[in-house]
Design a protein. Structure first.
Length: 159
């Protein structure tokens, strides 16, 4: 039941973080093994979703640091290929998504993770703060810093 309910969330987090389907699948499995092995550490007075997202985000960061390699840059999610738009519309959208992912992959992993959680997965600032066990003000300022760095990358491209 837990896998059915949360697999897509974990997979999408890993996919957005690493831009690679195979890594995202492996990470999803590894996270569920970690959850299974540590379920006794879950505190029932806390949100299970927040606990799971925290394990997932920490695992992604640890995996990234251990591998010390750049994410593969050109991977499209299955969702992008299942649109009803014209081929030209898909090509423009695909280019935009690839461009965004490439620029995001150049950010520090901590900042990239915050953008994924806030702007892609639509977590509230409060949820992110609770999940990462950081003050709300810190989360807001880091997300702002990440957005500024990302915007600068796009502005540098234009020049």
């Amino acid at each position: 039941m837990i896998v059915d309910r949360y697999a897509k969330t974990i997979y999408n987090l890993a996919l957005n973080f690493f831009n690679n389907r195979e890594d995202a699948e492996d990470i999803t499995q590894d996270v569920f093994l970690k959850v299974y092995n540590n379920i006794d550490k879950f505190r029932e007075d806390k949100s299970f979703n927040s606990w799971l997202v925290k394990i997932s985000t920490n695992y992604c960061i640890d995996h990234w640091r251990k591998s010390k390699r750049s994410a593969k840059r050109i991977e499209l999610s299955d969702d992008l290929m299942k649109t009803d738009h014209t081929p030209e519309d898909r090509a423009v959208k695909d280019y935009d998504v690839i461009n965004l992912r490439n620029k995001m992959s150049d950010l520090d992993p901590d900042l990239r993770l915050l953008l994924i959680m806030r702007d892609i997965q639509d977590h509230s600032y409060q949820e992110i703060a609770e999940t990462l066990n950081l003050p709300l003000g810190t989360i807001k300022s880091r997300i702002n810093r990440a957005r500024i760095k990302l915007a600068k990358k796009f502005m540098d491209e234009e020049h």
